[in-house]
Design a binder for this molecule. Structure first.
Ligand code: TSB
Ligand code: ZN
Length: 585
C-alpha cells in the first residue's frame, strides 16, 4: 500500500486536495468552519465543524461533484504571506484559525492560500492551479474530537485520497476494496466467528462457536509446544489488589492503560492488565537454586486494558484479551540461550501458519520520558545493550523504535500489517531486570549466594484475539484444514443417498473430523456453490457411483477437480493432512 506522506509530489497534491474539499464543503454548507486538513499515509483528511448539520456517507458524492466542478473551473492557487495582525484580522470570524495563529511562535512565517472564492491559512506548498487536482476520491467520514481530546467538541472528519493519474487512483481503490473484503471484522461476521454487543461493551468481543473452535486449536497447538520446551502452565485470577500493582510498578507507570479500581469490602482491586505480577508470586512461592533455572511459567491469561473507544477494532484491538503469556526466570548467563529459544519458537510457529510478511522491531525506551519508564538509566542501558547483543548474535534483521518499550524493559516485537489500518505487534519477547527486583525474587547460586533472576516476558501469539484477527486476514477466511471450524461438508446428490451420507458422517466424526451433512432440500449446484463461498476445505459429493462402490468423491476448496477414493484411503489422507498441518488434503 502506498504511503502518500512519503511521496513528495503526492503529498503536495493531497494537501491541495484537502483545500479543494474544504472549498466544496464551504459552497454546500456555508456555516462550515475548518480546523486542520493534514496529509496522512492513506491520503488526507479535513476536520470540519458544521454546527448542528451532519454530513453522511451518501453526501460524499455530492461533495465530490462540487470538487470536480471547482477543479474544472481551473482557478490559480495563490500564496500570500501575512503579518500576525493581518492574519488575525483576516480570520477573525473563525475561532479555529485564530487558535492556530495564536499557537504559532514569532518566527513562523504566516501564509495563506487562495483559490477563487476560498482562502485557507496554510504553510503550503500547493500545486499551481486547482485544475491539477483531478483524480481523487472521498473515502469515508467519521467523528473526531477537536485536538483529539474527548472533552472537546466532536468535529466531522472527511477522508480522501488523490493521485496524479486515473490508473493509479483506480488501482488504489481496487486495493482498498480488496482490503475491505479481507477485513477480519467482515469475515468474522460472515463466518460467525465472533460478535460484539453494546450491552457487553466496546472492545469486548464474544467468540462464537466457529471462532471458539479455531481458538481451541491455537491453544492446543501452543500448549503442546510449550510443554515440550519445559514450560509449566498455571491458572491465576484476572484481578489483583492495587498493592500488587504498586509493588510491580504498573500502578505508577501503566495506570492509564488500566480499568479503574473497584472496592470490595476494605480491599481495593483492579482488573489485571498483565500477568507478570501473578507469575512473580508463583515463582516466589518456593526457594530456588540455580539448578532449577530456567523456570518457565506459562498461562493463557485474560487481561483487561483500557483502549480508547475509537481505537478498539474487532479482535485486533480489544479491551478484554487473552495472552498466550509466559515469564521465564533465568540466570544472567541464560538470557541469550533462552531468548534464542523464544525467537526460534516464534519463527517455527510463523512457518506453521504460513506467515511470511513481518518485521522485527527493537522497542526501546524514550530516555526523556521519566513518567512512562522506570527511571534507572544504568539498568536500561544494560538491558538495551544486552538485547542488541543477543539480536546481533542471532543475526536478526530489526529496526529500532524509541518510546515503544514496556515500562520495565526493552522488547523485541514482531510487527505485521493488517488489511486495514496501521501495523500492529503480534509476538513479543521482553527483557526485564526490574520486576524481579521489585518482588525481591532470588535464587541461590553455585557458591551459595542469593542472586536476583532476570525475567523474559514473552507471548508467541501475542493474544489469541489479535492473532486470530491476523490469521483471518492472512487466509481470507479460508483456514487451513487443521484450523477450519468445519473440515468436511457432505452433499448427498439426492435423498436416496442420504443414509449412505449419514454413515460417512458418523465415520468421519469417529475420526474426530469436523463434519457437516447438508441434507437441505436444495439443488446440488446450489449446495456446491455454497460450500465454496463458506470456504469449507473439503466437500464430499455422494451419488449413485459412490453408493454402489462404497467410495467417496471429493473436491478441495478452490479446485474444480473431483477425486474418487476408497473411504479408508480418504480418512487416512485427511488425518495425515490434519496432523501435518497442511493447507488442505
Ligand atoms: C508478554 N507482560 C508482557 C507479557 O508477559 C505483556 O503484557 N506484553 S504486551 O503488553 O506487549 O502485550 C503482549 C501482547 O498482547 C502484545 O504483543 C500484543 O500482541 C497483544 N496486545 C496488546 N494489546 C492488545 C489489545 N488491546 N488487543 C489485542 N491484543 C493486544
Ligand atoms: Zn509480563
Amino acid at each position: 500500500m502506498i504511503n502518500i506522506k512519503e511521496n513528495e509530489n503526492l503529498s503536495v497534491l493531497n494537501h491541495s486536495c484537502a483545500h479543494l474539499l474544504a472549498q466544496a464543503v464551504k459552497h454546500l454548507y456555508p456555516n462550515a468552519k475548518f480546523w486542520v486538513g493534514p496529509v496522512i499515509e492513506e491520503g488526507f483528511y479535513y476536520d470540519i465543524d458544521l454546527g448542528d448539520e451532519v454530513i453522511k456517507e451518501e453526501d460524499l458524492t455530492k461533495i465530490e461533484k462540487e470538487m470536480k466542478k471547482i477543479s474544472k473551473d481551473g482557478k490559480r492557487i495563490v500564496r500570500r504571506e501575512l503579518t500576525r495582525s493581518e492574519a488575525l484580522d483576516m480570520f477573525k470570524d473563525d475561532p479555529y484559525k485564530i487558535d492556530l495563529i495564536n499557537n504559532m511562535d514569532d518566527n513562523t512565517v504566516i501564509s495563506c492560500y487562495t483559490q477563487g472564492d476560498f482562502t485557507d491559512l496554510c504553510r503550503g506548498p500547493h500545486v499551481d492551479t486547482v485544475k491539477q487536482i483531478k483524480y481523487f476520491k472521498l473515502l469515508k467520514i467519521s467523528g473526531a474530537y477537536f485536538k483529539g481530546d474527548s472533552k472537546n467538541k466532536m468535529l466531522q472528519r472527511i477522508y480522501g485520497i488523490c493521485f496524479d493519474n486515473e490508473e493509479d487512483l483506480n488501482n488504489h481503490l481496487k486495493m482498498l476494496e480488496e482490503a475491505k473484503e479481507r477485513d477480519h471484522r467482515k469475515i468474522g461476521k460472515d463466518q460467525e466467528l465472533f460478535m460484539t454487543h453494546e450491552l457487553v461493551g466496546a472492545g469486548m468481543p464474544l467468540w462464537l462457536p466457529n471462532g471458539a473452535l479455531i481458538r481451541k486449536q491455537l491453544e492446543n497447538y501452543i500448549y503442546e509446544k510449550e510443554q515440550k520446551m519445559g514450560y509449566e502452565h498455571v491458572y491465576t485470577p484476572c484481578v489483583g489488589t492495587v498493592n500488587l500493582y504498586k509493588t510491580s510498578g504498573h500502578w505508577d507507570h501503566y495506570q492509564e492503560n488500566m480499568f479503574p479500581m473497584m472496592k470490595v469490602d476494605d480491599e481495593e482491586f483492579v482488573l489485571r492488565p498483565m500477568n507478570c505480577p501473578h507469575h512473580m508470586l508463583v515463582y516466589k512461592n518456593k526457594l530456588h537454586s540455580y539448578r532449577d533455572l530456567p523456570i518457565r511459567i506459562g498461562e493463557f491469561a485474560t487481561d483487561f486494558r483500557y483502549e480508547a473507544s475509537g481505537a478498539v477494532k474487532g479482535l485486533e484491538r480489544v479491551r478484554c484479551m487473552c495472552q498466550n503469556d509466559a515469564h521465564l526466570f533465568v540466570t544472567p548467563e541464560q538470557i541469550k540461550e533462552e531468548f534464542k529459544k523464544v525467537v526460534e519458537l516464534i519463527l517455527d510457529t510463523y512457518k506453521d501458519f504460513g506467515i511470511n510478511d513481518y518485521k522485527f522491531r527493537l522497542s526501546l525506551r524514550d530516555p526523556m520520558d521519566k513518567e512512562k519508564y522506570f527511571d534507572d538509566d544504568e539498568m536500561w542501558n544494560e538491558a538495551e545493550d544486552k538485547l542488541r547483543e543477543v539480536l546481533n548474535e542471532l543475526k536478526i534483521d530489526y529496526f529500532e523504535a524509541k518510546g515503544e518499550a514496556a515500562f520495565y524493559g526493552p522488547k523485541l516485537d514482531v510487527e505485521v500489517k493488517p488489511a486495514v489500518g496501521p501495523e500492529v505487534t503480534l509476538s513479543t519477547c521482553q527483557l526485564d531486570f526490574l520486576l524481579p527486583r521489585r518482588f525481591e525474587l532470588t535464587y541461590v547460586d553455585s557458591t551459595g549466594e542469593k542472586k536476583t533472576p532476570v525475567v523474559l516476558h514473552r507471548a508467541i501469539f501475542g493474544t489469541f484475539d489479535r492473532f486470530t484477527a491476523f490469521l483471518i486476514e492472512e487466509t481470507k477466511g479460508a483456514f487451513p484444514l487443521w484450523l477450519s471450524p468445519l473440515q468436511v461438508n457432505i452433499i448427498p446428490v439426492n435423498s436416496v443417498h442420504l443414509e449412505f451420507a449419514k454413515e460417512i458422517k458418523a465415520l468421519l466424526e469417529q475420526n474426530n473430523i469436523r463434519t457437516n451433512l447438508d441434507d437441505r432440500d436444495e439443488k446440488l449446484s446450489y449446495k456446491m456453490r455454497e460450500s465454496q463461498t463458506k470456504k469449507i476445505p473439503v466437500t464430499l459429493i455422494l451419488g449413485d457411483k459412490e453408493l454402489e462402490t462404497k467410495t467417496i468423491s471429493y473436491r478441495v476448496f478452490g479446485s474444480q477437480e473431483t477425486i474418487n477414493l476408497n473411504t479408508h484411503e480418504f480418512i487416512d489422507k485427511i488425518n495425515s493432512a490434519i496432523k501435518e498441518k497442511k493447507k488442505n488434503i
